[in-house]
Design a protein around this ligand. Sequence first.
Ligand SMILES: [Zn+2]
Length: 605
Amino acid sequence: MPGPNYWQQYASYRLEAELNPVLKRLTGRGRVIYYNRSPDTLPVVYLQAYQNLFRPDARRNQQTPKLGGIDFDKVTAQGKTLSAVAKPTEIGYTVNGTIMEVRLPTALAPRDSLVMDFEWQFRVQSETAPRGGQDGETWFISYWYPQMAVYDDINGWQIDQYLGRGEFYMGYADYDVKLTVPTGWVLDATGALENPTEVLSAQTRARLDSARTATGIVHVVTEKDKSDSVVTAKGKDGKLTWHWAVKNVRDFVWGTSPRYLWDAARAITDSANGKQESSLVSALYRPENRRSYWDEAARYGRHAVEFYSRRLWPYPYPHMTAVDGPDGCGGMEFPMLTCIGGSYDSLSLYEVVSHEIGHMWFPMMVGSDEKRYGWQDEGFTQYDQSQAMADFYKGFDDEARNREYYLRSAETGYEEDMMKPADRYGNDQTYGVAAYWKPASVLVALRQVLGRETFEKAFREYGQRWLGKHPTPWDFWNTFDDVTGQDLSWFWREWFFETWRLDQALDTVRTEGDSAAIVLENRGKIVMPVPLAITREGGSVDRVTVPVNVWFTGEKRYVLKVAAKPTITRVEIDPAHEFPELSRGAEIWNRGGRGRAITPPTTRQ
Ligand SMILES: [Zn+2]
């Protein structure tokens, strides 16, 4: 757990931006105050210039539009105007791909702070851009301001380039943001709206108020409201400036459109000890996207927020909004907002909404490095999504789907280990297995090893210890070892650092005097305990688990002795089917017959 000397950096952003939808340009200006809470003196600081992913000459590992990167019109630090310089010895700044290096006039001492001012602009990318952009109707503005890179207690500056596939690592910060867009456009953003009377009509405000207490879904903005032009305040020169503020979040984003309908619902986030804490869950969508079930999105979002609040810990933010955005968004998470593009049926819309809302816990509240350890972000969220789906669709087995995706790769050997930066995988497929399907399946296996209650307790404890901080994989593993009182290093090593496979098998069951000998084989390299269901004549079932340490010597066979009577009719390994087992057919022994045919996984597109 973080010790008394644990530190992390902090920043405060005061930003202003205006969106010109005709020119498709964003112009911004702002002040960044950076607080050096590290014990180190910093002569150089780094910021993210993510928009440079879209420069024609950028390094990238995904296809993107190439409409240009970010242009800095002004950069000052410590009151001095800095210019772009090439020499690494000169005071000034250098932009290398998506990373901006600022060599300070005066080195930043421990416990001191630094003021920097910026003016910048960029062309908002078209709808095939990943994780934000515009499609002519909806505008999702992400990665839009110079953001401090993380300087942490493990690696120092984390300045890995943004190449497209690998995601992000962000520090916690305060934001005060003013956003100017055309009058009549609906806008939502990270944080709380500070000036509702200046930007929203009285009707919209009244409906939002009613959504905060109602039990059902409130239609805050309807098609009729839009045609009557009664959604926003009147504005000046055809524009409105929306003022937002928030503390202690990893990022700030916004979504806006002249076409959005707005549904809202109250989600109960904490009802323990007589409390009635709640948050406002919204869906912003175009009317025609009812065909993708967007008119259900507020209800889906409310369920996800309430479910995770109960299972993990209460959702702490004032709102959570699902935004119908450009196709390239797919589903992408940001603090309090998710941008979702594309077409959906009702199940897949619930799936993506609940997945992205799951990310509010990992990595928004528990701030791991997604770029280097994708599974700490995506794997945990995939696991959480499966729990939400099982609750919403009463028993829907999303975990089986995760296992199937992982096993299909494991069977063919088309797999890379989990402990690699996202951008170092051979392709999106092997990254997807290592970041989503395998870790989600590994957590289910761990849950069976530990028992559900112990697993959930350790999982929550990890999150609680590292809330608002920067945990590494070792912090996750150590928390589990600590909470369970077990040395689980064998488990972490074989599943996380290797591409070994689990292949447990029943060789035979034979009678030896008063005993029955159940002969188990470990055919793969992975060792695991062996949970068994032993069915006897008359129908009674004994549950026995052979402990993992019988394999630690390298033995590949183990003989379990149990009573021979009543006669054993059937033995099955892992009867709950929660282990990612390579060849399930060899896991069953039936008296008078052997196992059952190995069925290949069905195809899922
Ligand atoms: Zn995700």
